[in-house]
Design a protein around this ligand. Sequence first.
Ligand code: PGA
Length: 260
Amino acid sequence: MVKKPPFVAGNWKMHLTMGEAKGLATAIVKVSADLAGAEIVLAPPFTALGEVKKVLEGSPVRLAAQNLFWEEKGAFTGEVSAPMLRDSGCQYVIIGHSERRQYFGETDDGVNRKIKAALKSGVFPIFCVGETLSERESGQTMDVISRQLQGGLDSIGAGVLKSIVIAYEPVWAIGTGKTATPDQAEEVHSRIREKLALKYGNGTAECAIILYGGSVKPTNSFALLSEKNIDGFLVGGASLEAESFVQIVREAIRAYKEKK
Ligand code: PGA
């Protein structure tokens, strides 16, 4: 297995005004020199991208958006395109988050178009997959994940996969306080890597960054990241406070150092 530095992204969802976002980003940047060895990404709401970009300038912390539309420009009221994100300083964009699938009707095909649009503009997708509780309870977890992976990565070649971060986020663990156990998460992560190996070959699959998301906290991040196939986190609630987010990054670095 190729060991990768931990990748920790904070998904701020629909939280924080510009001023609040600036304050949170500033607090994280202040300690970021201490957190060398991790790739840290912040995903504020669109309205705060500009403010947060200014704060991140000259720091190792990267900027992400939470969504995009696949067209480059045109009469699509309310939408934001990949070139616009690039122009706003985003290096990453979250695509296919379960909240977007659930509340805004995103389909695997739409996710695939968004991934391609992001890549075309040089913005790296953080591509989310995950099963609901009823899907897990009826034994369909891997069917769902396979379908989402297949659909999202349709006609995307091996050369491009290295620009895509995958996030496994069981829907039942998001914002619920119920974290998947390290074993549960590792089982799905290893299966995801197997699927990638089948499609892209072992070398490419081993290099893929696969994040876990769903109630990640300072207290569970060490055990999760100690798992072989867990390369980092997509953090929601706990990323809204500098202290807990930074602590998660520290725990991830500690686990990484001890990882074989
Ligand atoms: P949570 O959210 O950490 O609040 O569970 C994770 C996510 O939705 O990305």
